[in-house]
Design a protein around this ligand. Structure first.
Ligand code: MLT
Length: 312
């Protein structure tokens, strides 16, 4: 019977490689976390994950594509905080993050860094803010499009200093960081998973980490509070999703593989080097992450509306 056939398919799952869609450029922070986690998840499931970078519209093109994919467990979305900001940023978003997906779980939380090209004429965050305010018509702020973590952070930063800048959108902060290193763009707020190497290598200037405390991997970079930005803090996060209607047994297998991957020593070590941490197992479940996603949507909606940012 059809029902028996479906049950067998779930028992066997996965019988072929699984595509993991990354909504931003290769080599950037989401891609980095995805590749780290996909390897041990694939091992746990006995199948490889094939990483596919689908860029555009601040991550919403990829999310829309996965929302419309077959709910068979072979297309998984790695996304981030943009899953919760996009519904407010995009009046015509073609998917609903809660209705059109099943969540697999939270993967990690990532602090951000406020960075500039290395010859930017300011040494401290306060000097940087003063300079930016005085030269608001010249300074450029890179981001990865409306819906990106860098866009949210940049929006909060501009709000905090009461100054609007010209934003330069990229398909991901991987290429944006390349331009920052090259001096084609001035400043950016980006995940430590992307910026740590260039900060430690002296290729960009770091003014602050958007965390409550200094980070073990970047001990010389002050917190936003220390650097004079009061309560400006932001911790972004990554989560895994499959299309709504995916069999609960498949969701369970993927979630269990995520739990296994979060205990992988290479993941733990690399995350620590990149300034991010493995989340506790109880937060990496479908139930806990659905709840988190829902409360994040509610948290960001009024803040984004107040900032007046909208995409077409
Ligand atoms: C990326 O992977 O490029 C980032 O997550 C972009 C962003 O959201 O700022």
């Amino acid at each position: 019977s059809l029902a028996a056939g479906a049950a067998v398919a779930q028992d066997d799952y996965p019988t072929q490689p699984i595509t993991m869609v990354v909504p931003f450029s290769a080599g950037g922070p989401t891609d980095t976390v995805t590749r780290l986690i996909a390897e041990p998840m694939g091992k746990a499931l006995g199948q490889q994950f094939v990483i596919q970078n689908v860029t555009g519209a601040g991550g919403t093109v990829a999310a829309g594509q996965v929302a419309n994919a077959e709910p068979d467990g072979y297309t998984v979305l790695m996304h981030h905080i943009g899953m919760s900001t996009a519904p407010t940023l995009y009046p015509n978003l073609p998917y609903d993050p809660l209705e059109d997906f099943e969540t697999i779980g939270l993967v990690t939380e990532v602090p951000m860094t406020i960075v500039a090209r290395k010859d930017f004429p300011a040494e401290t965050l306060q000097e940087m803010i003063d300079y930016v305010k005085e030269h608001a018509d010249e300074v450029t702020l890179a981001n990865a499009g409306i819906g990106a973590a860098s866009q949210l952070c940049g929006m909060l930063f501009m709000d905090a200093i009461g100054t609007q800048l010209t934003t330069v959108p990229y398909p991901g902060t991987g290429p944006a960081l390349t331009d920052l290193v090259g001096g084609q763009v001035d400043i950016m707020c980006d995940q430590t998973t992307n910026t740590t190497g260039q900060i430690l290598g002296g290729e960009v200037k770091a003014y602050a980490v958007t965390a409550e405390e200094r980070l073990a991997n970047l001990p010389d970079v002050p917190t936003t509070a220390e650097a004079g930005l009061g309560d400006f803090q932001l911790r972004i996060w990554h989560g895994l999703y499959v299309p709504a209607g995916t069999d609960p047994a498949i969701v369970e297998k993927l979630s269990s593989a995520l739990q296994t991957a979060l205990q992988d020593q290479n993941v733990i070590d690399r995350f620590a080097e990149l300034g991010t941490t493995v989340v506790s197992q109880d937060r990496a479940t479908p139930e806990a992450h659905t709840e988190m996603l829902s409360s994040q949507i509610e948290l960001w909606a009024p803040i984004i509306k107040a900032a007046g940012v909208t995409a077409e």
